[in-house]
Design a protein around this ligand. Sequence first.
Ligand code: PLP
Length: 363
Amino acid sequence: MARVHNFNAGPAALPLSVLEAAQKEFVDFQGTGMSLLEHSHRGKDYDAVHQQAIALMRELLAVPDDYQILFLQGGASQQFAVIPMNLLPADKSADYVVTGAWSQKAFGEAKNVGKVRLAASTEDNKAFTRLPTRDEIKVDPSAAYLHFTSNETIHGVEFKDWYPETGSVPLVCDMSSDFMWRKFDVKRFDLIYAGAQKNIGPAGVTVVIARKSLIEKGRTDIPKIFRYSTHAGENSMYNTCPTFGIYIIRNVMQWIKDSGGLDQIETWNREKAKLTYDFLDAHASYFRAPVAKDARSVMNIVFRLPSEQHEEKLIKEAKAAGFVGLKGHRSVGGIRISAYNAVSVDSVKQLLAFLDKFEKANP
Ligand SMILES: Cc1ncc(COP(=O)(O)O)c(C=O)c1O
């Protein structure tokens, strides 16, 4: 079997052992005579999987008891609307930090729901190649919450060393593309959300981790299906939950645990990013990495070649050599290496050797 080196931005690489385990019990789940896909979400077989997925995530991230973990549908994009629907009362405004395409989308969608305000933007010349400084973030002390995106998947900009300080204003974070790349202090946040399809599972599940007190304060004048309190009250089983996706998440959580936990995952992720950025810096006249060094993403590494023709050729030849998913997002072009948790250090080393050869052959 020939598996490629998968650098897709999401849906993205999953650990081979997770896929193989799912394959092994795909038709007959643990001797029940049917696939997990065919099980009721209310049955005891699925319920065990559901509880384990939540318990493992809680353990790996040390999620405190006063936070709830939810598995929802609709993608991170649905959260762009659901967050203000729940947390933004009519007489208040919400703050947004815009550092790239995704936080800009979140800001735009929130405008459709209520009053919002820009607390900071790094859209300088539409480039989004840096983080704001701490001082540039002007928090409205009466804001309903402040929203930011910890990793901009398209622009390759990440908050790694610090998060916005908001005092008593609740901090809300889109962590879709850097969720669980390492351990982090959940208590720094009031609500975190992430599409599963980058670091922890397949498309179709959105994780929300929120302070229970914030969920309880959520608006009740919105449809029941969009209230966090509805899903929290039913442990994410208010309606039919995405069972198979949650099962894969459970298996990825177990894989993280068996690999040595999030500290080991972080070590691998930092090694992949260091190898790549060191390579790019050593070849800077050919591979141009536009993002400011202190804002460089560990997960999504973006760069340009001398011309678009070089980029097209690279993507084509890389694919033929077994390296897929390197095309930058269609809105920005260029090359993007997404090196999520399941991408091995060895895959990155092999890709860098390929880039080195490509440069020599294509001056
Ligand atoms: C940071 C970030 N936020 C939100 C989204 C949107 O996620 P979804 O497609 O699950 O709605 C993405 C998708 O790539 C993303 O990278």
